[in-house]
Design a protein around this ligand. Structure first.
Ligand code: GDD
Ligand code: MG
Length: 338
């Protein structure tokens, strides 16, 4: 079984968090994001032949260095660095010579607990060329919207449609089951997008394209709001795979505080994540926020709905609300951000 994780994007909407940390390895609940995707894929490794192709472009070495052998648990990972960003479909074309059968493609920023096995069975039973996993969301405008017919065949695809273009609410979940003939439609060696280039071509090709709507937990972690949401959802057991009781370090206030963080007197941490080697001085309060490793928050500062990168120094008596602070920044005493 072969999986391709598209992990080469620049993570622009998550800046400044992604300036020094590519999106596939930003920490969610103090663990690099890519491990959640590998957890999901591990059950597919029934015969020990699971191969995960990792297509990289933006800061590839950091991703390669993060993947440690113990955490991989028997999965073969093959990083493939693109000569230049090839786009979502170009990345698939780039690995064509390695593909031996049905390929499962994953956007590298999808947090989900979907079970892929029944989808693979149906994909094969129907002899589909491509099956797109779909999910219903309240506001589809930030995604690729897919219209199906009564047989679940894909009729139309609209990437990030303007208001009024379609009334469909099923969106492309960024998980595709593809046969090699689909990859053959992609031109070699140039930037090519799945959403804008390949999909229209696929619709015109007459190949059998199906959509499968899932009710599983699903979230694209690629904006600050959704990044915080992902942390909260993992903490609170909204993914079946990570029930809260599996995290003994969760505090009574629903927070995850790394064992190597120091909390001085009167500190309150509520529904938040605090990373290793953080130092929170007297009276600091952190609510609905994520504070990454090695950051220091001086006395009396209050954070809510905020994200603090690695190695940040926040001075005393600051107020951060809906703020996002990049790695190694210094925020002076009495600042108000957000
Ligand atoms: N290897 C490689 N090379 N990967 C890339 C490249 C590239 O040039 N460009 C983007 N990617 C990766 C990103 O790292 C990400 O994991 C994935 O492709 C999707 O890119 P995003 O930038 O996150 O796209 P999006 O979220 O706006 O939209 C996509 O995902 C939605 C679901 O979350 C589209 O596929 C939408 O149709 C879909 O609904
Ligand atoms: Mg995305």
């Amino acid at each position: 079984m072969q999986i391709l994780i598209l992990a080469g994007g620049k993570g622009t909407r998550l800046r400044p968090l992604t300036l020094h940390t590519p999106k596939p390895i930003v920490p969610i609940a103090n663990r690099a994001f890519i491990y959640y995707q590998l957890d999901l894929l591990r059950p597919l490794n029934v015969d020990g032949t699971l191969e995960v192709l990792l297509s990289l472009s933006y800061q590839p070495r950091k991703i390669e260095e993060t993947l440690t052998h113990e955490e991989l648990g028997g999965i073969t990972i093959r990083p493939i660095v693109e000569p230049h960003p090839l786009g979502t479909a170009g990345a698939m074309r780039n690995i064509r010579s390695r593909v031996t059968g049905t390929l499962v493609v994953f956007n590298g920023d999808i947090l989900t607990d979907i079970d892929l096995r029944p989808l693979l069975d149906r994909h094969r039973a129907r002899r589909a060329a491509a099956t797109l996993v779909l999910v219903n969301v309240a506001d589809p405008s930030a995604y690729g919207v897919v219209e199906l017919d009564a047989e679940q065949r894909i009729r139309q695809f609209y990437e990030k449609p303007a208001p009024g273009v379609t009334s469909a609410s099923s969106i492309n979940a960024g998980i595709y089951l593809l046969e090699p003939e689909v990859i053959d439609l992609i031109p070699d060696g140039r930037e090519y997008s799945f959403e804008y280039d390949l999909f229209p071509r696929l619709l015109a090709s007459g190949l059998a394209l199906y959509g499968e709507v899932t009710n599983a937990y699903w979230l694209d972690i690629g904006t600050p709001e959704r990044y915080r949401q992902a942390n909260a959802d993992v903490l609170h057991g909204r993914l079946r795979r990570y029930p809260p009781e599996s995290s003994p370090s969760l505090t009574a206030d629903g927070s995850l505080v790394d064992a190597e963080a120091t909390l001085k007197s009167g500190v309150s941490v509520i529904r938040s994540v605090v990373g290793a080697n953080c130092y929170l001085e007297d009276g600091v309060s952190v609510v609905d926020s994520v504070v990454l490793a090695g950051s220091r928050i001086a006395e009396g500062s209050r954070l809510s709905s905020s994200i603090v990168g690695r190695g940040v120094h926040i001075g005393s008596h600051c107020v951060l609300r809906d703020a996002i602070v990049g790695d190694k920044s210094v925020v002076t005493d009495f600042s108000r951000l957000g």
